[in-house]
Every structure is written in C-alpha cells, then in structure tokens.
Write a protein that binds this ligand. Structure first.
Ligand SMILES: O=P(O)(O)OC[C@H]1O[C@H](OP(=O)(O)OP(=O)(O)O)[C@H](O)[C@@H]1O
Ligand code: HPA
Length: 185
C-alpha cells in the first residue's frame, strides 16, 4: 500500500499539467451556459457516467439554473489499464427514458466507444433525443465513428494518457485539480 502511495506521488510529480484548474473552471462555465441555452425548456434527464463523470457532473449541475432530473449509470472498459477493452455495464439506467431528452455527462471522449454505446442504449430504450457532454475530447484518429463529437465539449486535449477532474490513472488521481498527462504516456 505504501509502495502504491509512493508510486502515485511520483506519477503526479512527473506528470505534465496540460490544463490548469482555472482553465477547467472557465471551460465548465462555458459548457453550463451552452447546455442551458439548448436544454432549459426540455425537462432533461441527465445521466452521470460513473466513475469518471462524477466531478464534471458535480460541478456542472449547480450551474444549470433550470429543472434537471439527475441520475447515474456505470459503464466501464479501461479498468486499471491505459487502453480500452470490451465495454461492461456495471449499472444500467434505471429511469424511464421514454420520450425524454437525455444528457449524458462524462469526463472524456477518447475513442468514443463508451459514449456511442450509452447513446445507442438510450435511443433503443425510447429516448426522444440524446445529447452528450464531455470535459475533454482527446485528439486522434482512432474514434469509434468518423467525426465523432460530443454535443458539448469543454476542451480538446492532445493524445496522451490523462488524469484529473474525474479521469484516473490505475484508479488514482481522479481528484487531481487540473488535467495532467502521465509521463511517457
Ligand atoms: O471514449 P472511450 O475510449 O470509450 O473512453 C472513455 C471512457 O473511459 C473512461 O471510463 P473507464 O472505462 O475508465 O471507467 P471508469 O470511469 O469507471 O474508470 C471514461 O470515464 C469514459 O467513460
Ligand atoms: O486518457 C485517459 N485517462 C483516463 N481515463 C481514460 N479513459 C479513456 N481515456 C482515458
């Protein structure tokens, strides 16, 4: 356990800070305004995608000054790895999606496999409209679908393995107050 703490402290010490906390706050404020402009009269059903979506959702929700029904779901495919595998549903949406406007909130659009699967699931279960919001869109050409974009994106970030603001490295540092890239990855 002590070894793990030492390793994780070293990961942070060696990491590159790509986006500061202040820059993240600015991006979240902009996202909140864009979401409000689009959804304020839509009675949206918002889903936090656990675990990574936790911080963005927590910071976004109080900035949405209109009625929002908030729920969560959990789908995962990276586990403790830095490359994605098969998507596993840990908790499917519980709420009735029929004829609803759904907003999916997650930390990162990387290859997009996770968001595509969740959006497809919501549509298949009757959602009228499915929108997506991510703090980070990682820039590379490995997207699950060509030109895949979220409806609301906080920022575009280079193709490194990231942690902070919900994103984890081996389960750690979701709490890092900024967006960091692991040394060498
Ligand atoms: O665009 P993709 O390549 O599909 O990757 C993005 C997904 O990967 C991460 O989740 P992860 O599988 O690590 O689960 P977790 O949030 O529970 O750690 C992240 O929170 C996104 O949900
Ligand atoms: O770069 C990443 N960091 C953390 N979690 C992730 N899930 C997909 N890509 C990433």
């Amino acid at each position: 356990m002590t070894d793990t703490v030492a390793e994780m402290n070293q990961v942070m010490a060696d990491a590159d800070c790509l986006v500061t906390e202040q820059q993240v706050h600015t991006a979240i404020n902009t996202m909140a305004q864009e979401i409000a402009d689009r959804l304020k009269d839509s009675n949206p059903l918002l889903f936090c995608v656990m675990n990574g979506g936790l911080i963005l959702t927590g910071q976004l929700l109080p900035k949405l000054h209109f009625p929002v029904q908030a729920e969560y779901m959990h789908a995962t495919r990276y586990r403790q790895e830095t490359t994605g595998g098969i998507l596993e549903w840990k908790l499917r949406p519980d709420a009735d999606l029929n004829d609803r406007t759904v907003l999916i909130v997650d930390d990162i659009l990387d290859e997009g496999t996770t968001l595509c699967a969740i959006a497809d699931y919501c549509r298949a279960h009757g959602a009228r409209e499915v929108l997506t919001a991510v703090l980070v869109d990682k820039q590379h050409d490995r997207k699950a679908r060509p030109d895949l974009k979220a409806d609301f994106t906080g920022m575009e970030v280079e193709d490194r393995f990231l942690f902070g603001y919900g994103m984890d490295y081996k389960g750690y540092w979701r709490n890092a107050p900024g967006i960091y890239a692991v040394k060498g990855l």
